[in-house]
Design a protein around this ligand. Structure first.
Ligand code: AMP
Length: 285
């Protein structure tokens, strides 16, 4: 049993209930850890909750499928939803507060402010999904203002998103710490994602090749392989395996700028599609 397991989790759906619950934690002298999610929770999300709970903080998790981060041709309506399962998973991990706002609470009709950034939000997912990081940065800034957490937990799985959030918090001097949590994977290496359920049986069997290619390429680079040809080989391998590769790149971890040689904080990032499913993954080099 973790430190808070067995405690009753509060489920709140209005700002006034959220504020009362957070004020009660603070009155007890407890720090607050926030785990923002879009629901359809799996072991990756649970690892974020567990990290917060094990720090001793009162842990709040938000579940909000954020329309602002979906493009007009993206899968907002088919995004998986399982509120009962999610609440049970959160409570089992020792989460003490579930924050389930509706769209009107997050985006009141008179709201006109968004958080938009360049830097790490450019390129890669930023190019593939125009407006996506504006949506992510805006909703997270609002969640931080609502919950006022001491720490917020994000997965390294979404590497670019984690760097975007770190930049927003630094630039806007937001008084919280961002904690990145290592990617949780299936036994065969596939990074857990709510999208994996959309893979066909055949594509699910192919999918681990993505992580395998990342680790193989990282090993080659560490052994001194030339960057451009190692990246081209990786893309060719994935393509012949049946993936449509959006990008397979070596970048400076915090800024997401492409780099042509090995350096500290180098990161391999990739997005590749199997059928209509986009798989994102990345590793340190
Ligand atoms: P989402 O609900 O997909 O927006 O994800 C919520 C949080 O869970 C984000 O910070 C993700 O990076 C994180 N997350 C998603 N998948 C994983 C994973 N496989 N391992 C660790 N964290 C993850």
């Amino acid at each position: 049993m973790g430190p808070n397991q067995g405690a009753v989790m509060q489920v709140v759906r209005t700002l006034s209930d959220l504020r009362a619950a957070c004020a009660a934690f603070r009155a007890q002298g407890r720090s607050i850890g926030l785990v923002p999610t879009m629901g359809a929770l799996h072991a990756g999300h649970r690892a974020l909750v567990r990290a917060s709970v094990s720090s001793g903080a009162a842990t709040a998790a938000s579940i909000f499928v954020n329309p602002l981060q979906f493009g007009p041709n993206e899968d907002l309506s088919r995004y998986p939803r399982d509120e009962a399962g999610d609440l049970a998973a959160l409570e089992a991990e020792g989460c003490e507060l579930a924050w389930l706002p509706d769209v009107a609470t997050m985006y009141p009709a008179d709201a006109v402010t968004v958080v938009d950034l360049t830097g790490p939000a450019e390129r890669w997912e930023g190019d593939a999904r125009p407006g996506h990081f504006r949506g992510v940065a805006t909703v997270c800034t609002k969640l931080f203002g609502q919950v006022r957490p001491d720490r917020a937990y994000f997965g390294e799985k979404d590497w670019q998103q984690l760097q975007v959030i770190r930049r927003v918090v630094a630039d806007l001097l937001l008084p919280l710490e961002i904690v990145g949590i290592e990617t949780v994977r299936e036994a065969d290496g596939l990074a857990l994602s709510s999208r994996n359920r959309f893979l066909t049986v055949e594509d699910r069997a192919t999918a681990p090749m993505l992580f395998d290619t990342l680790t193989g390429t990282a090993a080659k680079l560490r052994a001194g392989a030339e960057v451009e040809s190692a990246l081209a080989d990786a893309t060719a391998r994935l393509t012949s395996g049946g993936f449509s590769v959006d990008y397979f790149a070596l970048v400076d971890g915090p800024t997401l700028r492409p780099i042509g040689g090995m350096q500290e904080n180098a990161r391999l990032i990739t997005t590749a599609r199997l059928g209509s499913v986009r798989l994102l993954d990345n590793i340190a080099v």
